[in-house]
Design a protein around this ligand. Structure first.
Ligand code: TA6
Length: 306
């Protein structure tokens, strides 16, 4: 049964053995298992903390949380009643349809529309559709944001938002390299002062490691990333998601997170494609689509050793 729905969970199974599982809560992918050409046995590719809530009581600490309409603490006037990272990751989405179900891939569509709870803190008209597609060696997630305003006012009733896929990639964190980010401009959120956090830096490393507490927001980062470690890795390619965040709390910040399993920071790196510097804007009736494709890397690629 390539698509199964059981009590708020959707499971996708590909004919070649890969699988994915997502919660209707937050449309959060909580598992993606895939093998490689040389090692075809599917293995878990995402990290979910064993202390994470997955009962809908709070956002999942792991998997692929969907971030909308704001990234981080809200800064846009229309977002000021929202929690960090917006509401998409902690609302229950509707299962809309099976989009594809063949040897090429298994794909499902979830939707989210304003509820009374959302409208109480965010009164802009919107429609979200989230399409998750599983293939033999890759998973893709597409977020469609539609401005459903029917206003003919001038200036137009634009929808202004940020969006990001908060990927927790399962990896030996201290052996990870993320590239190519060299020469890209980034903002270092680990800096102590707000002034320093808002001052752009330039990445000098060919491969970015997360052996220290890392929380870097790369702007206009190129849209194709490799996350590698000895013996493994994934590649992420995107559409419309011009920025990318690299985050690992290490122990210094990880121990302060109540839902982070002991030493969890050693077992993942977050590489998060998004539109998070500035705001995407769509006019009434228009739709914006942000897409990522995460593919397993079949043959080890290491641009430099640690
Ligand atoms: O994407 C990195 C980040 O913004 C970090 O600053 C850290 O806050 C992380 O997200 C997790 O945020 P959360 O709200 O899920 O605890």
């Amino acid at each position: 049964m390539p698509v199964k729905q059981v009590s708020g969970r959707v499971t996708l199974t590909h004919a070649k053995g890969s699988s994915a599982e997502l919660l209707l809560y937050g449309a959060t992918v909580i598992s993606w298992k895939a093998g490689t050409i040389t090692e075809p046995q599917p293995i878990e590719r995402l990290f979910v903390s064993s202390k994470s809530a997955i009962d809908g009581s709070k956002p999942v600490r792991g998997g692929i949380p969907v971030i909308f309409p704001c990234f981080g603490p809200p800064s846009h006037p229309e977002h000021m009643k929202l929690a960090q990272h917006g509401f998409a990751r902690n609302e229950v989405w509707k299962f809309d349809s099976i989009v594809m179900d063949n040897d090429e891939g298994v794909s499902v569509r979830l939707t989210l529309e304003p509820t009374a709870g959302i409208t109480a803190k965010y009164d802009k008209p919107f429609h979200l559709a989230y399409i998750v597609t599983l293939a033999e060696h890759q998973i893709s997630t597409d977020l469609h944001v539609t401005n459903t305003s029917t206003s003919a006012a001038y200036p137009p009733d634009n929808l202004e938002f940020q969006a990001l896929f908060h990927n927790y990639i399962k990896a030996p964190a201290n052996d990870v390299l993320v590239f190519p980010l060299q020469s890209k401009s980034y903002f270092d959120k680990t800096e102590a002062s707000e002034e320093a956090r808002n001052k752009p830096k330039v990445e000098t490393r060919a491969g970015v490691d997360v052996r220290q507490f890392t929380d870097s927001v790369y702007e206009d980062a190129g849209g194709k990333y490799e996350v590698t470690w000895p013996g493994g890795g994934v590649e992420i390619t995107v559409r419309e998601l011009k920025d990318v965040v690299v985050w690992n709390p290490q122990q210094v910040a990880g121990v302060k997170m109540g839902d982070m399993e002991d030493g969890g920071w050693e077992r993942y790196v977050c590489v998060e494609p998004g539109y998070v510097r500035g705001f995407a804007k769509i006019e009434p009736g228009k739709t914006w689509i942000g897409q990522q494709v995460i593919s397993v890397i079949h043959h080890e690629r290491r641009i430099n050793q640690l």
